[in-house]
Design a binder for this molecule. Structure first.
Ligand code: NAG
Length: 231
């Protein structure tokens, strides 16, 4: 081959290579867009193990959890577990007694939380009631009454009171205790928060829940628009 032919051959190869790369990139971009539309990424499950009278729980719920749920309404599924470092004792007569980190008042508050979570089916209203109660939960009954009157209706108030004064509230709290004790690794700090069942790096989750949820949602693939827009 003479020099001219060699040069032409080289040019040809480079052009083919460039065209191939451009087409390949276009194709993978198209695939990403299609994927996002067709394959609905499953929402991330945020589970919050907390206590009604714990200041760190209060801060987390108000400053991390609620804003994250508001930014990613279609991408998260919320599970609240109001129990924390409480203990459950089954008495000889089959009834349950509870002891809570911040005293009996906290057990009461946790029960009002448990009953609200159980009774209020609309999860937006439920979270609003939890937010409202945890803001000032020192008088659990008064907080519940005020918040439910403000954010729901009398029927809901009656249902929550009925739950609280019956076996239902004890059954719920016992169930939350079992869920909390099933955490692996075990709960060290209150609140403990898992995303899709994983405790990940707690310090990061507690500091910026939104970012950690978006990381889980994207999982190496396309990221929901609601994440991209805020990052
Ligand atoms: C609220 O319920 C809807 C419908 O079941 C669900 O799609 C959404 O993920 C839930 N939101 C939270 C924060 O749990």
């Amino acid at each position: 081959m003479n020099v001219a032919v060699k040069r032409r051959f080289l040019c040809f190869t480079i052009v083919v290579l460039i065209v191939w790369i451009v087409l390949w990139r276009l194709k993978s971009q198209a695939k990403l867009t299609v994927n996002r539309e067709i394959i609905k990424i499953a929402p991330a499950v945020i589970s919050v193990f907390y206590e009604a009278l714990c200041p760190d729980s209060k801060n987390f719920v108000l400053k991390q959890l609620t804003p994250t749920v508001e930014k990613l309404p279609d991408w998260v599924y919320l599970e609240l577990i109001p129990y924390g470092k409480a203990t459950t004792t089954t008495n000889p007569d089959g009834t349950f007694s509870f002891e809570c980190q911040h005293g009996q008042r906290e057990c009461e508050a946790n029960m009002y939380h448990a009953c609200s979570i159980d009774v209020v089916k609309d999860n937006k209203t439920m979270l609003a009631i939890i937010d409202c109660m945890i803001t000032d939960n020192l008088n659990p009954e008064a907080a519940m009454t005020k918040c439910v009157k403000e954010l729901a209706d009398d029927e809901t108030l009656q249902s929550i009171n009925k739950c609280f004064s019956s076996q239902q509230s004890k059954d719920l709290l016992k169930m939350y205790g079992e869920k909390t004790n099933a955490l692996r690794p075990r709960m060290r700090f209150v609140p403990t928060v898992t995303i899709d069942g994983s405790q990940g790096t707690q310090a990061l989750i507690l500091k910026n829940l939104y970012l950690e949820v978006c990381k889980v949602l994207s999982g190496g693939g396309p990221m929901p628009k609601e994440c991209e827009d805020n990052m």
